[in-house]
Design a protein around this ligand. Structure first.
Ligand code: C2E
Ligand code: MG
Ligand code: MG
Ligand code: MG
Length: 287
């Protein structure tokens, strides 16, 4: 059969046969195809960084933003990071992509400073980027070369990364922390949320996952959970960002709950660098 591959493997001393059916084969093909397309895309400059403003409820101003990767594959259709980041992670290409993004972000940081629009930037970092001190060193070299203050850069990591009990990862984490970078726990509430990790890896901010925010005002349980997460975080000295805020009702509820920062389509979508600069400039002018 053409689309049926047979694999043999030695497992616990005996031969085990694995059959890949057509749909699994397609998945493998897709993976290979995507991997080489990402490689080519890097060479052809198809990747872009979008920036989503983050609003500080207390200051009443946009003081932060999150950098989000975009891929205009073949120069036309935009591929969602949800589709290519996992492949980039699995193939190791996330290392190159992450380094490229970091330098773009540091450049944007300088552009905003020069325009008199100071901002703190958040960068998503994958577990793979914590797998070798070399990657971290390279990241820090990029930051040092451009003389970016580390306390203006937040690294967003997920709970699963915090929970993996791995020496190299914690060494990388420690190095970045000692260097002055800030950390944020992304998608909070979707992992195992072991409260202990909030203590052992003190993050500066925590981002409540948008699945909780969507339920606000609709489910009493969601309201209670969000309120308690905010109180717990703040009691530990951690500021809270609500992700995926799409309505004024959600924003007002979060304000009442004492939430620190708001991020979501209701205020602003992720946008290209030049548009982002205009957006922030207009917001400053209007305030
Ligand atoms: P994330 O870090 O949790 O990023 C927030 C995601 O929520 C972004 O999706 C953003 O566009 C989306 N979002 C923001 N506000 C709203 C809203 O009001 N409603 C809805 N429905 N969505 C909203 P995006 O850009 O598609 O990124 C998806 C994920 O891909 C990110 O989730 C992050 O985990 C990953 N990612 C993106 N860029 C990078 C990167 O440069 N490096 C790494 N390692 N991962 C990245
Ligand atoms: Mg994030
Ligand atoms: Mg998130
Ligand atoms: Mg997410």
């Amino acid at each position: 059969h053409a689309d049926r591959a047979k694999f043999e493997s030695k497992r616990s001393g005996r031969n085990t046969l694995y059959f890949f059916n057509a749909s699994m084969r397609n998945e493998a093909d897709l993976y290979i195809e995507l991997t080489s397309a990402i490689k080519a895309g890097l060479q052809k400059d198809e990747f872009e960084v979008y920036y989503q403003p983050i609003y500080d409820l207390r200051q009443g101003a946009y003081t932060r933003c999150e950098a989000l990767m975009r891929w205009r594959r073949g120069g036309k259709d935009m591929v969602s990071p949800a589709d290519f980041i996992p492949v980039a992670e699995q193939s190791g290409l996330i290392i190159e992509l992450g380094a490229w993004l970091a330098d773009e972000v540091f450049n944007c940081y300088q552009i905003m400073q020069a325009a008199g629009l100071p901002m703190r930037f958040s960068i998503n970092r994958s577990a793979q980027e914590f797998s070798s001190l070399r990657h971290t060193q390279h990241f820090m070299n990029l930051q040092e070369k451009r003389d970016i203050p580390t306390h203006d850069i937040t690294l967003e990591i997920t709970e699963s990364l915090l929970m993996s009990d791995n020496r190299t990862k914690s060494d990388n984490f420690q190095l970045l922390k000692e260097h002055g970078f800030l950390f944020s726990i992304d998608d909070f509430g979707t992992g195992y949320s072991a409260i202990n990790y909030l203590r052992s890896y003190p993050a500066e901010t925590l981002k409540i996952d948008r699945s909780f925010i969507w339920e606000l005002g609709k489910s009493e349980q969601a309201d209670v959970l969000v309120r308690v997460i905010i109180q717990l975080a703040q009691a530990l000295g951690i500021a809270v960002v609500a992700e995926g805020v799409e309505t004024p009702q959600q924003l007002e509820l979060l304000r009442d709950m004492g939430c620190d920062y708001i991020q979501g389509f209701y205020l602003a979508k992720p946008m290209p660098q030049s548009e982002f600069k205009d957006f922030i400039r207009d917001a400053v002018a209007a305030s």
